[in-house]
Design a protein around this ligand. Structure first.
Ligand SMILES: Nc1ncnc2c1ncn2[C@@H]1O[C@H](COP(=O)(O)OP(=O)(O)O)[C@@H](O)[C@H]1O
Ligand SMILES: [Mg+2]
Length: 341
């Protein structure tokens, strides 16, 4: 049960549901008319600051909220009311003990996309069939467009399959994969979806050996990262996304079956946008975390799951001086040195 507060443009509580009364230990009568920040205290200055922006849509997970003497950890959403400028609906749910573990949290929150996935597959089959029919009527020069419909529908269908398995332990099988081919197709897909005037630049180390990965998963990871990077810088001056690959020796490793495996293949997607919103910085890889009005907040959750399935690592950094945001993946080699060919 979600606690819900209706806030007016002055951030005064106008309505509170019973769950909000329970959570805040106050009757609705004693909540209504109070200023929100007199009722609850937010330790996170940046969230408090974001709340000052009446148009901001906000999702924060695991935020510490004080209420009188009590401190609790809550998931919070804030949504503007389209019909009433300045008014907002705020929901809270306390983070339960069972939910605190990182893995457990994924399980519960990912059931919704699994249901959605089910609903997507039938229309996809119809789109694919219609695409094939249309292709027959097209001129030779327009056929590649129809081929793209089929290819993309197939990719989405596979993605949907994966979403259904997001909560499960199963991983796509990995095999020696050409990293640069995967990156190029990902870039082509993002371009076809409308680049938004953003320059997409490849900086590849052509001598890189094959990576141990699932081709589909890798492509999906890159599409998601490049799309986010494009979204992030699209509004700015000379928007630019750079996809860089390089070999990094030593250091980065992962443990599997008690054995360290090295992750020397590095892919970095960098953009010159403003960077990840500070209130989201530690949460971007969690499902349903988004700062976009039409975002689903599933892109990076899927990226994290797919990268982990490939025994890889993902992280993000901000280089304030250079004005760049980096999302960086590390992956294993197809073959460790010393292993037979
Ligand atoms: N390159 C980036 N620069 C700034 N913010 C980013 C970047 N990539 C991701 N984010 C933030 O992470 C959020 C979650 O991303 P994602 O999981 O792909 O969901 P969505 O793109 O649907 O919002 C985005 O809404 C955005 O706030
Ligand atoms: Mg995204």
């Amino acid at each position: 049960m979600f606690a819900v507060l209706l806030l007016d443009p002055d951030m005064v509580v106008r309505e509170a549901n019973p769950a909000a009364e329970d959570l805040l230990h106050r009757s609705a009568r004693r909540l209504v008319g109070e200023r929100l920040l007199d009722v609850i205290g937010l330790d996170d200055e940046r969230v408090a600051h974001r709340l000052g922006d009446a148009d901001a849509r906000l999702t924060v997970r695991g935020m510490v909220m004080r209420c009188g003497e009590r401190a609790m950890q809550v998931n919070v959403t804030v949504s503007p009311l389209a019909t009433h400028p300045g008014w907002r609906v705020m929901t809270f749910s306390e983070v339960g003990q069972g939910e605190l573990g990182d893995e457990g949290r994924d399980e519960t929150t990912l059931r919704a996309p699994s249901i959605l996935a089910h609903e997507i597959k039938n229309p996809l089959a119809a789109i694919r069939g219609a695409g094939q029919l249309v292709a027959r009527k097209l001129d030779e020069k327009d056929r590649p467009l129809a081929a793209m419909i089929s290819a993309e529908v197939d990719r989405i269908a596979r993605l949907v399959d994966r979403m259904q398995r997001l909560g499960s332990e199963r991983a796509d099988p990995v095999e020696p994969t050409n990293l640069h081919e995967a990156i190029r197709s990902a870039i082509a897909t993002v371009r076809a979806a409308g680049g938004g005037g953003v320059e997409l630049v490849e900086e590849f180390d052509p001598s890189l050996p094959p990576v141990l990965a699932s081709r589909d998963a890798l492509e999906q990871v890159l599409i998601n990262l490049v799309t986010n990077a494009r979204d992030a810088c699209a509004g700015g001056e000379e928007p630019r996304v750079v996809i860089r690959t390089r070999f990094v020796s030593g250091l980065v490793s992962n443990l599997k079956l008690g054995r360290a495996i090295r992750l020397p293949i590095e892919v970095t997607v960098s953009d010159n946008g403003p960077g990840v919103d500070p209130s989201l910085r530690d949460h971007v890889f969690e499902p349903f975390v988004t700062s976009k009005s039409s975002g689903q907040g599933l892109g990076l959750a899927l990226v994290r799951k797919l990268v982990r399935d490939m025994d890889g690592r993902i992280g993000h950094q901000r280089d304030e001086r250079a004005g760049l945001t980096h999302f960086r993946i590390h992956l294993p080699l197809a073959r460790e040195e010393g292993e037979p060919a």
